[in-house]
Design a protein around this ligand. Structure first.
Ligand code: ZN
Length: 702
């Protein structure tokens, strides 16, 4: 059985948010409804971005289960046709996981998902139960099962799979196209690249996501750049984006303009952006979004995270709708108010900090909709550096995600902990996570300055007087005009930045004042802090599952980050962190010596965080890469631990999300219901069929 194949059991969790949703008034419910509709129709774009076959897999799944009762009766129908309950469940599990990831690659780790049921049985099952769709299925089945080396993981062709470029594009060609984009001042977030070979050489088409073609771009031009032909074309994902805009317009109709002027402008900017694909319009939407402080319904959408483009430029469509938990948000507000005091404790000198800290809006939210390939625990957006530096950003802690992820294991013991640690872990992990996430998002991603040379030759730092805290020398590197964090640290950048934020979170978890804000008592706060360290060390080891030993590449930004922190602590020595293997060699225990957190852990962490911060501030890609990639290396000893972990690890929880259902009350009033699902494979599929069935029908895709 390959590591790509689904295990017999999958781990599904319903994302609970009904209580928070019910606190909304009717117009807020309608607003949430239309924003969710826009989000889910947009998720069809995500499915096209995950892998070349992902969209067809989603379509196939929705088609066979749309408007009939086959989903509920699948197992009994299977039995009648000679398929065991297990086989039918394997089939359902596969499509449930495809729905959760919007495609056949895991959103966490980027590895391919292969069904547990054998290929021949799967074909027989489809021909017996869904014969009308057999032809469609036959076009997909080889791809579903293929484990050719280039299809195991997402990545650059020819060794990996991606939908961000056509499969005939090489890494060098992508670099050239990206240089062209920079030269034209085009930011590549919402683009996709297709190379077409012609008699006189290839043409690189840069496809911009837009519902329509801007009037001035009706004539397509081809331009030469570094000896290659480049062409920018519009209208990618035009059908989906047209629908997104219709729903956005309806959402806007439910916004009280006098109460939420920025929200109104935000939606208009979104509509402009999705219509013609101009990133400047999306930036405008984000500026208004940042100003929409303390909303009851919090949303965002667009081409946001670039983790999955192997070149770290193109971004996945993602959208969320969430409802504020008012009580928890008060604690986070208290943290924002005191942010400067905490930032001062970070290890870099004050010249390395932003001149003024723009306190972001930081709220605890219950997610109602998170459309995309996966559901994160917290987000910090926008990702546009220019907006972050000048106008700020917002932090969002997705509370019900955290509750579901850590509440679901129930009384089952955690892997790799002693019994005593396990008890403490159960008791405090949610509390420790609240502190870590807040520190990570707000003060982690929110801190640190970038030293920049302006276009007029001036600098945003004192070049003569600023001392480099590591070398003691003057500052020799910085961001030149036009250079950004993303353009310099490229693909490694996202994990490096996550690591910096994780370090800040862990560091602040050692600060008693932080715990006071979260109302952790004087008796418990040290236990909570200890669990933060234990969680990071245990998590660092478990994170290796996102490492691909064949390509020696990390497939997930946060995983690499946590592993690096674990390695730093291991290097700190003095038996602060120990991993003890059992005699049989099939299990291990992770131990953190809590008496040494202050004497060994904190100094090592501060030193590491200082370097992460300073190299980022000074655009020192060379030193930054050397250090970070050094700590990311997996030696033979750890490869052994990785193998043990891969055999033991439980499947990750995948979230089933509610559907908001529109209805007219007897009195003729428009209203919205919150539809729940059982946390089983059919519940997951049903939730996606409910969200995408009619959309796909309207798009004439099923
Ligand atoms: Zn982060």
């Amino acid at each position: 059985m390959s590591i790509y194949e689904l295990k017999k059991d999958i781990n599904l969790v319903f994302l609970e948010g009904e209580e928070a949703f019910n606190q909304l008034d009717n117009s807020e419910k309608l607003y949430a409804y239309y924003m969710s509709k826009a989000a889910w129709v947009g998720s069809l774009i995500t499915s096209k971005q995950v892998s070349p076959e992902s969209h067809d897999l989603i379509k196939f799944c929705v088609s066979i289960f749309h408007e009939n009762d086959k989903l509920d009766n699948m197992v009994s129908m299977g039995l009648k046709h000679g398929f065991s309950e297990e086989e039918s469940n394997d089939f359902l599990n596969y499509f449930a996981i495809i729905c959760a990831n919007m495609g056949n690659y895991r959103s966490f780790g980027d590895s391919k998902i292969i069904p547990h049921i054998e290929k021949r049985r799967m074909i027989e099952l489809v021909s017996a139960l869904f014969k009308d769709y057999l032809i469609v299925f036959m076009k997909l089945v080889d791809k579903i099962y293929s484990l050719e080396s280039k299809e195991r993981l997402l990545g650059f062709p020819p060794t990996g799979t991606t939908s961000y470029f056509s499969s005939n594009v090489t890494k060098d060609e992508v670099s050239k196209v990206d240089r062209y984009l920079v030269s034209k001042g085009i930011e590549g977030w919402n683009t996709q690249l297709t190379k077409v070979d012609t008699e006189s050489g290839p043409i690189y088409f840069i496809n911009i996501a837009s519902a329509q073609i801007p009037p001035e771009k009706h004539v397509i031009s081809i331009e030469e750049f570094e000896g290659s032909d480049m062409s920018v074309v519009y209208g990618n994902y035009s059908e989906e984006l047209g629908f997104v805009n219709n729903y956005l317009q309806s959402a806007r109709d439910n916004v009280d303009n006098s109460k939420y002027p920025d929200r109104n402008k935000m939606i208009l900017a979104y509509i402009d952006h999705f219509r013609y694909g101009d990133i400047a319009d999306h930036k405008r939407s984000q500026s208004h979004w940042i100003k929409d402080i303390g909303p009851t319904v919090e949303t965002n959408m667009g081409f946001i995270e670039n983790y999955r483009d192997p070149a770290g430029v193109r971004s996945e469509f993602e959208a969320f709708v969430s409802v504020v938990d008012k009580e928890k948000s008060l604690k986070l507000k208290a943290l924002v108010d005191r942010a400067p005091e905490f930032i001062e404790t970070l290890p870099w000198p004050k010249e390395f900090e932003k001149d003024t800290f723009n306190p972001p809006d930081f709220t605890a939210l219950d997610v109602i909709t998170f459309a995309g390939s996966g559901v994160p625990a917290g987000i910090n957006i926008p990702n546009y550096d220019d907006i972050r530096q000048k106008e700020g950003f917002k932090n969002v802690s997705l509370d019900n995600v955290i509750r579901s992820a850590y509440g679901s294991n129930g009384n089952e013991p955690e892997d790799y902990l002693t019994e005593e640690d396990n008890n403490l872990y159960k008791k405090y992990v949610l509390k420790s996570f609240a502190v870590d996430v807040a520190g990570h998002e707000l003060l982690g991603h929110g801190s640190g300055k970038l030293f920049q040379e302006n276009i007029d030759g001036t600098f945003n730092f004192d070049k003569e007087k600023t001392v480099h805290p590591i070398t003691g020398d003057v500052i020799k590197t910085w961001y030149k005009p036009g250079e950004t964090w993303g353009s310099q640290f490229k693909q490694m950048g996202s994990s490096y930045e996550e690591c910096r934020a994780e370090c800040v979170g862990l560091f602040l978890a050692t600060n008693h004042e932080m715990h006071k804000i979260f109302e952790h008592t004087d008796d418990e706060w040290e236990d909570v802090m200890y669990i933060s360290w234990l969680w990071m060390m245990k998590g660092g080891i478990a994170s290796m599952a996102a490492y691909d030993p064949d390509s020696k590449e990390w497939k997930q930004a946060h995983s690499q980050a946590r592993y690096a922190i674990y390695r730093v602590m291991l290097e700190a020595g003095e038996d602060f962190v120990r991993v003890i293997k059992n005699d049989a060699g099939d299990n291990f225990t992770v131990c953190v010596d809590r008496s040494k957190i202050i004497s060994v852990g904190i100094p090592a962490l501060k030193n590491f965080l200082l370097k992460l911060g300073v190299y980022k501030t000074t655009a020192d890609v060379v030193e930054g890469t050397k250090m970070y990639m050094g700590y990311s290396e997996i030696d033979a000893e750890h490869e052994e631990l990785l193998n043990i972990h891969l055999k033991r690890k439980k499947p990750r929880s995948e979230y089933i999300q509610p559907t908001l259902i529109f209805y007219k009350s007897k009195e003729g009033v428009n209203s919205v219901k919150y539809k729940r699902y059982e946390a089983v494979n059919t519940g997951m599929i049903k939730s996606i069929v409910d969200k995408l069935g009619y959309e796909l029908e309207d798009l004439n895709q099923i």
